[in-house]
Ligand binder design. Structure first.
Ligand code: NDP
Ligand code: GDR
Length: 327
């Protein structure tokens, strides 16, 4: 039986939530990982390893993708696969570029040549807007500040061009930062939480992080997996922004985490220039109104609730089977 949905990047944060959401809706989901021994940590945390079949497939290898699409003709394809850290992209631009741009063009080409008529969703990034002088809309000025952003912008253009030139049902959701207990330690929210818990348990005296004044539009990964589906399920495909429309400084996130653990962050946190990214934007905020107007979807979960859920999960390994609190 052909799967309803094929997900590249199914082992990552978003891929795992998307798998669970689709499985709950009764869909037959086929996951794809670059390796034949995928990291099942996130899927295990969500208790869905038995419900999902994972096959090996590397988007940077066009032949492998041809084979997969020949064998399985899914109704929808989600491409969430990427080297997804901006910081890592600064140190590894070539690897990052290949994992995003080569991957996207390979998938689009295989779909074009095989006359694939299903929907292809691509996970774009708010990083393409760089410094946002006002909350970014889909037409805001492009301001590239990292190899990651460059790769996401090129891929966004590829996805748009294949839709417009070849009538492919390809679409991009441009996502702002979103977090969850599945976030890896590469990313700042998980770094802050792990560091704060280490300080609380007297295993460490300090947490050293970068620029506390940066402002981001942080949201909840679990609910963004619903926004992703809304975009891919739309009758009329249109590139959209997924964001909360709310913004916080990194300092505010640090305060939320430490005060939830009954600690004064000022006693532990050191801003270290070693972790500053020289070229990065100070402010990145999105405008959520188009997605709400077009598809009646808007983010509801505040970042404070997401952080508290991440802390509870780290401390007690609490289940993340219940939905996140919206208030
Ligand atoms: P993750 O990093 O958690 O997961 C991405 C997955 O991509 C990995 O699990 C891995 O799966 C696969 N992958 C492919 N190439 C590489 C590589 N070179 N290095 C590491 N992993 C690779 O990302 P998220 O789930 O957070 O994000 C999903 C998508 O959404 C990504 O494309 C990301 O760029 C984009 N995005 C994410 C945002 C966020 O805030 N989370 C915001 C904006 C965009 P495997 O090893 O099994 O192949
Ligand atoms: P990033 O997320 O990869 O930039 O983008 P990250 O959590 O790493 O950074 C967010 C912001 O925090 C600042 N920061 C630090 N970041 C890290 N990792 N470590 C630190 O010590 C630190 N100190 C300050 C960063 O400079 C940055 O401003 C995420 C990813 O999920 C991308 O895939 C996605 O496209 C964007 O969000 C939108």
């Amino acid at each position: 039986m052909n799967p309803d949905v094929l997900i590249f990047g199914c082992t990552g944060q978003d891929g795992s939530f998307l798998c669970r959401s689709l499985i709950k809706k009764g869909m037959n989901v086929l996951g794809v990982s670059r390796t034949s021994k995928p990291n099942l940590k996130n899927l295990k945390t969500l208790s869905i390893t038995k419900e999902i079949k994972i096959i090996k497939g590397d988007l940077t290898n066009k032949k492998e993708i041809e084979k997969i699409l020949e064998q399985h003709r899914p109704k929808k394809i989600y491409n969430l696969s990427a080297q997804s850290s901006v910081g890592v992209s600064l140190a590894q631009p070539y690897l990052t570029y290949k994992s995003i741009v080569d991957a996207t063009i390979n998938l689009l080409e295989v779909c074009r040549i095989s006359d694939y008529r299903g929907t292809i969703f691509f996970a774009g990034s708010s990083e393409i807007y760089g410094e946002t002088n006002e909350p970014a809309t889909i037409t805001s000025k492009i301001d590239i500040r990292s190899p990651y952003a460059l790769a996401k912008y090129q891929s966004y253009l590829q996805v748009k061009a294949y839709r417009e030139i070849y009538n492919l049902r390809s679409v991009t959701g441009i996502l702002f930062n979103h977090e969850s207990p599945l976030r890896s330690e590469n990313f700042v929210t998980q770094k802050i939480i792990n560091g704060a818990i280490q300080c609380m348990n007297k295993k460490s005296k300090q947490l050293r992080i970068g620029n506390l004044d940066i402002i981001r539009d942080w949201g909840c990964a679990e609910e963004y997996s619903e926004g992703i589906q809304a975009i891919a399920n739309a009758n009329h495909l249109k590139d959209q922004i997924i964001c909360s429309g709310k913004s916080n400084t990194l300092k505010e996130l640090v305060e939320i985490v430490f005060s939830y653990l009954n600690m004064n962050w000022r006693e532990y946190v050191v801003s270290d220039s070693k972790y500053f990214r020289k070229s990065e934007a100070m402010i990145s905020i999105g405008n959520p109104t188009m997605l709400e107007k077009d598809l009646n979807w808007k983010a509801k979960v505040p970042i404070k609730n997401v952080l508290q859920r991440m802390i509870d999960h780290s401390l007690k390994n609490t289940s993340i089977n219940s939905p996140p609190k919206t208030l």
